[in-house]
Structures are given as structure tokens and as C-alpha cells.
Design a protein around this ligand. Sequence first.
Ligand code: HGY
Ligand code: MN
Ligand code: MN
Length: 415
Amino acid sequence: MTATRATLSINRLMQELQSLAQISEAEPPVVTRIVFGEADLRARAYVKGLCEDAGLTVRHDAVGNTFARWHGSDSTLAPVGTGSHIDAIPNAGLYDGCVGVLGGLEAIRVLKELGFKPRRSIELVVFTAEEPTRFGIGCLGSRMMAGVLTPEKALALRDKDGRGLEELRSHAGFAGRLETVALPSGHWHQFIELHIEQGPYLEAEGLDLGLVTHIAAPASQRIVIQGEGGHAGGKLMPGRKDALAAAAELILALEAAAKSSGAIDTVATVGVCEVFPGAVNSIASRAMITTDVRDIDKARRDRVLETLHSTCDEVSARRGVAITIELINADPPTACDPVILDALEASAQEAGKTYKRMVARAYHDSSFVACIAPTAMLFIPCRGGVSHRPDEYASPEWIGGGVHVLARTLATLAS
Ligand code: HGY
Ligand code: MN
Ligand code: MN
């Protein structure tokens, strides 16, 4: 591809990323786009329009997973897939997920413009609800595709206002039986997701690309501590059943367990803490915390969960508070496909890009696509490793390098 064409291509893509970022529930440059919300629906329409302008056939399933297909010459063959998500947590940036969707579309457009003719179809996918913000569980659309989340379990999910999937998806215009979302193994011949690293290592080592060999295993829980409230002045310290003080012990115990796991790959986060009644002069009678524990080694991750659970038992007995634990998800780590990784490595070498094989510490839709198709991820650097913040940033050079190698590899796999 000539340098001019490459410049035109990346300028088009960077412009589209900026246009998509303007579609937000928050004031740009802050991106907030919660699944099935008004901004999500506008963003979906924008991306669908770009796909149709590129001559792709677009359809969506019963929960809004969107498939944009470039038909290959042999329709009897399973397509090669690529894609990611466009939903965003509150106060996020514009690159998480969107680089994989719009970058995947750009890779397809460049191949088309270069006159490439795929034998296998190439299918761009926009997954519904990769982020857990709405329903508390991440990768809702890809979990359902993989059959990991059943329609019954999906229908039981509620958002903070008590609204369920059925109400929200039909409001968004998605109908059809939820059973039809699950895809057969082999729906895609192979699948590649382009994504920002959401970590500092590629930039720090001056590398252009990361070839992801494993995706860390996430487990999240909701823990409710029920104590006894009371007057902050009148109730003396002995005999208090302070739910928030108990929660504080659990939070510090979880952090200590992750730090002492014996491996740098173990991470644990309490990102949500709700307190009732939440008054300055009232002892907390109830507290709710969410825990997010990850590791590329499942047994090591589960040992941290076991430590947390035994701490809950001990704190409950000592403080006289009731503690209930609701498991939201506990997924296995994902091993990416070696054949695709070798194809990505060959493309990176041909493109003169520097790279390394590495693990993904965030989870991704690829974690679940891998249940039904050989899958791998291609990372590009992001500045300072920052993500899930408005100052998230990936340069045109980084993004262009990722799209270039993705395009080469899609062409190889679809030939
Ligand atoms: O939380 C994650 O790893 C992803 O960004 N949803
Ligand atoms: Mn994210
Ligand atoms: Mn993401």
C-alpha cells in the first residue's frame, strides 16, 4: 500500500473514532455509552451506516450483537471474524473497543480498495455489552453467543433501576428468541480482535504490537454486609455492628491476598461500595461491595477467592454482622490460537513492525468467542497504559500499525 493511501486510510479512521466519541452520555471528550442507552443506540446506527457505506451486509441478533459481512467467493466456507465493542463505562476514553470495531472496518475497506478478493467471507462484529456497567456482568453478548450465559440467566439480570434485558432490548428495537443468539462452534473459521493493551508494557518497551497468547480469568462477586445501624453519638463502640467497618476489613483482606499470591499476575479490585443509610451521623447498617479478581492462573485466582470467603466468615462471627456473597461470574482463562498467532507474527514481520507475545490482563469478548472459534488478539500500545479514563490515547501510528497487520492477517486467513 502506498504511503499516501496509508495516510488517507488512517486519517479516515481517526476522524471516525473522533465522530464516534462525540456520541456520548457525557460531555466530550468524556465517553460514557451504556448498553441500550440513547447514546449506545446512536453509536450503533453510526457504525451500521459506515458498514453499509463500505458495502457490507449488516444484521443483528436478538440482543443487538451486530454482524457486518463482506461476502467471499465461497459461501460454503465459515467466515473469518474480527471485531470488538463500542459500549463504554462511565467516564471512559474513545479507544477501548472502538479501535477493534472501526479498525476492523478500516482493514476491510483497505483490502477492498486494494482489490483483494476473499475466498472466505470476512465478518466484522460489534458485541453487545462488553462492559458490565448495566447488568453487573461483562461480555453479555459474547457470553450468550458462546452459550456461557443462558437465556434464562440473561432474563434474570436487572440494572440498578430494576429494568431487565427483555424490557431494554425491545426498547432498543431488538426482538427475536434469545435462544437464537447462541452460535454453533465453527460459526467463524478463525477470529481476531484488535484492541488497545490497557497496560503500559508495549509503550514502555517501544514495541508496536502485542500478540496475545492468554487472556486473564475474571471473577466478580457482590457482597452484602448486614449489621445494625444506630446513632453515631449515642451508640458507644462496644457492641456496634458497623457494616461499613466490616466491609473495610474485607477490602483490605482482599488486597492483601492478591498482593501475597506469589505472582504479579494476580489482581483484585473493589470498585463499588454502597453504604446505607449513608448519613454522616449514622452507623452504617448495610454495605454492598463488588469484588473483581483476575489472574492468568485459575487456581491462583480461586485461592484468593477462598481467602476472601474465609475472611467473610471470620469477620461475620467477630463483628456479629451477616455477610452474603453472590457470585456474578468466575470464568476460566483463555488460551489464544497458535495458528492465528503465527499468522499475526508473519504479518507483523512483513509489515516491519516490532512485537512481543504477551498476556491480556483485561478481559475481552475474545474470552468467549474462543469457546466457539479459534481466536487471538492483537494489541496496540496506549499512552501510559491508561484506559477506562477520558485521557486514554493511542496514536495514529500505533492504530495504523495495528490495522495494517490486522488487514494482512485477515487476507491471509480468508484466502
Ligand atoms: O473489565 C475489563 O477487563 C474490560 O475492560 N471490560
Ligand atoms: Mn473496557
Ligand atoms: Mn474493551
